[in-house]
Design a protein around this ligand. Sequence first.
Ligand SMILES: [Zn+2]
Ligand SMILES: [Zn+2]
Length: 273
Amino acid sequence: MAGNFHVRFWGVRGSIPCPGHDTLHYGGNTSCVEVRAGDRLLILDAGSGLQYFGQHLQAKGSIDADLLLSHLHYDHILGLPFFAPAYDPGSQLRVWAGNCNSGVETALRQFLQPPFFPVPLQHLKARFSFRDFTSGDTLNLSSSVRVLTCALNHPDGATAYRIEFDGRAICYVTDTEHPTQGLDAAIVDLIRDADIVIYDATYNNSDYPAHRGWGHSTWEAGLALCESAGARRLVVFHHAPERTDAELQWLDSELQRLKPGSVVAREGLVLQL
Ligand SMILES: [Zn+2]
Ligand SMILES: [Zn+2]
């Protein structure tokens, strides 16, 4: 089915929300990305940006959505208890996660319970279903939306997604650390000829060495991956909390020069495929 295919950013940070004077332009909320593929709604991660997305959705009525979690670190799930559609009995949410040892439902039950949060998961009124899979599996969300997955190099694991629709592809690759030598072959395969690659660029080549082993990558590694795989646009994502607007503005212009069409993700940014 041909049709609308676009992506919109609601949260672009890693680690922890970081509101403040230095993050006003690019935003301080953690990972949450909306993807519209024809009449399907996909949500990539449930970071603090999900709260604002929920308010936006709620104003239009109930939803039917697939929530694809990269992994369960706090910065990728902390918006879920504040997601208004989760409390709407008319809404339907399929929650997907790869390689969760005890299953994603069990893990989220542990997160959403006293004393951490007063409302347990079973009191969220939306119709939830939980879909565990093995990273590397292909998820057929509908006859026209196919999602390929692969495992990432991150403490406790994480999963990358490639969403295919109407001959086009968006990839979401966070959180991951690049290998010491060469490129991660599984990521190169996943993002081959993709239109958009959203990539973990917590660090850059100068601040990465002090954080080796922390499970994150650089925009320079993202560029190399896109070049190798023939991917068209790199979207630098999962910014470190301390990365200022001024630094990201510099990076935005650097990306324009090095790979035109590439951008730094910011809250509110919409990219049409
Ligand atoms: Zn993260
Ligand atoms: Zn993580």
